[in-house]
Design a protein around this ligand. Sequence first.
Ligand SMILES: Nc1ncnc2c1ncn2[C@@H]1O[C@H](COP(=O)(O)OP(=O)(O)O)[C@@H](O)[C@H]1O
Ligand SMILES: [Mg+2]
Length: 311
Amino acid sequence: MTVIEAIDLSKSFGGPSTPPVLDGISLAIEAGEVFGYLGPNGAGKTTTMRVLLGLLRPTKGAVRVFGEEPGQRDEVRARLGVLFENSGLDDRMTAHQSLDYHARLYGVRDRRGRIDELLDFVGLADRRGAKIGTFSTGMKRKLGLARAIVHDPEILFLDEPSAGLDPEAQRMVRELLQELAATRNITVFLNSHHLDEVQRLCSRIAILHRGRIRACDSVENLRRGAGADRIEVRLSGAAQAARAAEVLMALHRLPHVGVDGEWVTTAIDGMATPEIVATLVRAGLDIEEVTRPVKSLEDVYFEMVREEGAA
Ligand SMILES: Nc1ncnc2c1ncn2[C@@H]1O[C@H](COP(=O)(O)OP(=O)(O)O)[C@@H](O)[C@H]1O
Ligand SMILES: [Mg+2]
């Protein structure tokens, strides 16, 4: 079941002469997915999330959450949990008071039990009576996460949940999210510019750059897809590799042949892999290994978000 949908969504903040912040975004997120929305600062991640929450209206196109225009009905709002980067917690409240306040807002039953369970989950049980003003950024983020799920939402929107945290706290938040995704059937929309976080948490990701989605797939498919048009052949030495490159170039069908030590790389759009291998064998060359390069998510990401001006 599709629970979040954007259909050719565009958003501009200025007049017609200002370029849109979001420029024709289309997305469909299924129930239970942990969806990573990845992009550099200023790409439009927070803006997308605000539109999905009904806090901003699209300039063009539409969004649907649970099949409805968001921000219209409290019943739908109650099925969503949100953690913004600045979590908006009141420093003068205690951890317990803050959760209790939100639990009341959402009409949570057995508030005491629920709050104890959540404080335990995020590792703040012994700080339940402490003022939020005394908390570290990491503790505030964990409390913010507890608050975002106090009413057991079906979709959790997270805006850069690890921003501003030290590596230790980042890891704790990530582990909490992993546990949350594994133990509850919750859909997560995760905004992040943190490649490692997204790679560890998300079943599928979209890469956003300058208001457009440059790619949308599983991490595995993105990495494989990025190298799908090339193969690498290792020969039994550099001299053999140089000879293999000559043989392949002489075919005039493979436009991008390269040599690096004992490796020969070639694009395979002009010829199928078995044919390339057979050609090299017929030329009397010793093939040790044939592989398809798999790029890191980082490589894929930087290819997608390369500045157009520099490309
Ligand atoms: N309310 C607003 N008015 C004008 N410009 C905005 C507003 N909100 C965001 N922007 C601009 O939209 C772009 C995308 O911002 P944002 O969605 O916050 O990006 P991200 O969350 O990916 O870092 C930025 O250039 C930002 O300055
Ligand atoms: Mg943002």
